[in-house]
Design a binder for this molecule. Structure first.
Ligand SMILES: [Fe+2]
Ligand SMILES: [Fe+2]
Length: 139
């Protein structure tokens, strides 16, 4: 893939990470406000569909860039998705304190970024001589 496309894709990954963080914050705020179950369900669905788009984006980038660790990363996406779903499904139970939902979602997201997405972005930076920038988590 051309360097320009790689730079654009690299930036897209970070943008998406930030967007997912915002959706998580919005969900937590709605939970804290005591919004209706319908509202919470819509926010959960919006988060999951954005997550799915993000995982598809990374998959497309890995294919385009010939990323050698694609299969391990795709497997990690499956467990990442499952864990997010598990946390979301616990909102209406007493398993997790409702005030901690966003913390758990963000920790799970951060874990995936640290263990998998960082390898992909470092690969893109090295292969296409891109500028090193942060990973979108703001940490
Ligand atoms: Fe990601
Ligand atoms: Fe990923």
């Amino acid at each position: 893939m051309p360097q320009k496309a790689a730079a654009r894709d690299r930036a897209l990954i970070d943008q998406e990470h930030r967007a997912l963080g915002k959706l998580i914050d919005a969900l937590q705020a709605a939970i804290n406000r005591g919004e209706s179950e319908e509202d919470i369900e819509q926010r959960k669905a919006a988060l999951l569909s954005r997550l799915e788009e993000h995982l598809d984006l990374e998959k497309r980038i890995m294919i385009d860039a010939g990323f050698p660790l694609i299969f391990a990363h795709l497997e990690a996406h499956d467990s990442f998705r499952d864990q997010i779903k598990l946390i979301l499904s616990s909102i209406h139970t007493a398993v997790i304190n409702k005030g901690n939902i966003s913390r758990l979602l963000k920790k799970t997201h951060e874990h995936h970024v640290r263990y998998y997405d960082d390898i992909l972005t470092f690969y893109l930076v090295d292969k296409y001589s891109l500028e090193a920038v942060d990973d979108g988590l703001g940490i």
